[in-house]
Write a protein that binds this ligand. Structure first.
Ligand SMILES: [Ca+2]
Ligand SMILES: [Ca+2]
Ligand SMILES: [Ca+2]
Ligand SMILES: [Ca+2]
Length: 424
């Protein structure tokens, strides 16, 4: 403030007493002051506590578009001077445009962001052009809108789960954040997927943005080795709209030994003649461990539960079914041979590592010519020897007769057409 003081001096001749009196009276007279007063904001009528047209305490949505005229400041100057209001602190966000000597519009020149600043301190400078530059501090507030979707943390999501993991086990925990406040930042999760009945979602309502996947049922590597769970995170915001995000949890199932062998090529049916020799392979059976990721070797055996087991056997490694003893009339017809495949695994109970199959073996009676007869070789040899002996005897007899009855020999020789003389 500038004050100008004028005092009129008393002049003239006076005596000392009068002079002192005059000085006393002058001291009692009020000063006469001439001042140019500073501008100030106009009070808003009816407010208690008092408020002014200075924008203080106003609230603005963070999605207020840049370029919006936020407010009209109103100031007054008792001297009637033209008032200029400019921005000191806060000039990054706000700009003033004078309308007239008292009204000034405030324009937003940079987007507000509740997540960055929930309030802005602003200093206006009021100036009346007479060296009265008045600072005026206010605060405005930014209000939240739902402008941030939930964001999953620590992606990507994948987990390995043994198929032996019991149901109700928590297999994965995840989280998401939402930068908005209140309901705008409150996250709800849902899960979906082809095999979603195997899983369920669990979360603590007191902890926002965190949840777990729990097994509803045990997984089975032999049924499916990979599951994909779609996780959706949705906030509760409505202004201007609800927002959500998606993620996928990949569940890889790890195999354990929990499946017995299975047979390949069933049903097994064999037709053979009862002439089939011992040691002959009549068929081959094959089984594989049902646990496919790291399968056990499989051995074969027959079950001693039928007549067929008496005549047939199976090789333990190759699964070849062979005739183990000579077939006879007892085995003619339809027979069932039970074979068992057993995994080589000392840690499993027999029931868990073995499987059975039935081989249907029909033994047919051989045709006559196909039937190998008794061994006549010795009899034939004996017969031949006997015949030769007889021939020799006859020849010898003939020679004797020839020597004894030489005239009869030509007839005998002619009749038999045999000339012993030529031979011997
Ligand atoms: Ca949100
Ligand atoms: Ca927000
Ligand atoms: Ca197995
Ligand atoms: Ca398995």
């Amino acid at each position: 403030m500038v004050y100008v003081i004028r005092r009129e001096a008393m002049t003239g001749c006076m005596d000392m007493r009068s002079g002192w009196l005059l000085l006393f009276l002058l001291a009692l007279l009020p000063e006469r002051v001439t001042a140019n007063l500073p501008p100030e904001f106009v009070e808003i009528p009816g407010t208690s506590p008092r408020k002014y047209y200075d924008m203080n305490g106003e609230r603005y949505r963070e999605d207020t578009p840049v370029g919006t005229m936020l407010y009209t400041l109103i100031a007054e100057d008792v001297d009637g001077d033209y008032i200029t209001i400019t921005v000191d602190t806060g000039r990054d966000f706000f700009r003033t445009r004078g309308v007239n000597g008292t009204h000034t519009d405030v324009e937003l020149i940079k987007a507000l962001d509740y997540e960055t600043d929930t309030r802005h301190d602003v200093r206006w400078i009021l100036d009346d052009g007479h060296s009265n530059s008045v600072p005026h501090d206010i605060t405005i507030y930014v209000t939240d809108v739902n402008d941030n979707a939930p964001v999953f943390q620590d992606l990507p999501y994948s987990v390995d789960v043994s198929e032996a993991t019991p149901m109700d086990t928590t297999i994965f925990t995840f989280s998401a954040t939402d930068e908005d406040s209140g309901a705008n930042g409150r996250i709800d999760f849902t899960i979906d997927g082809e095999d979603i009945d195997l899983f369920r979602l669990e979360n603590d309502p007191a902890i926002n943005g965190k949840a777990s996947i729990v097994l509803n049922k045990s997984l089975d590597y032999e049924v499916k080795i990979l599951h994909r769970i779609l996780i959706r995170a949705t906030d509760r915001g409505t202004d201007p709209r609800q927002l959500s995000a998606n993620s996928t949890l990949t569940v890889s199932v790890l195999d354990v030994q929990d499946t017995p062998p299975f047979w390949i090529g069933e049903p097994y049916q064999v037709f053979i003649f009862d002439s089939t020799p011992v040691g002959k392979v009549v068929t081959i059976v094959t089984a594989r461990d049902g646990d496919r990721f790291n399968p056990n070797e499989v051995m074969y055996a027959t079950l001693n539960d039928s007549l067929a087991d008496y005549y047939f056997n199976v090789t333990s490694i190759t699964g070849e079914v062979i005739v183990s003893r000579e077939l006879d009339d007892q085995i003619i017809g339809l027979n069932n041979l039970t074979v068992v495949a057993i995994e080589e695994d000392p840690y499993q109970e027999l029931e868990a590592k073995s499987s059975y199959s039935i081989i249907s073996i029909e033994v047919l009676k051989s045709a006559e010519e196909a039937t190998p007869g008794p061994d006549y070789s010795d009899a034939v040899a004996a017969t031949v020897a006997l015949l030769l002996s007889a021939i020799v005897a006859i020849v010898l007899l003939g020679i004797c007769i020839y020597h004894k009855h030489g005239d009869q020999l030509p007839e005998f020789r002619k009749k038999k057409k045999v000339s012993p003389t030529k031979k011997y």
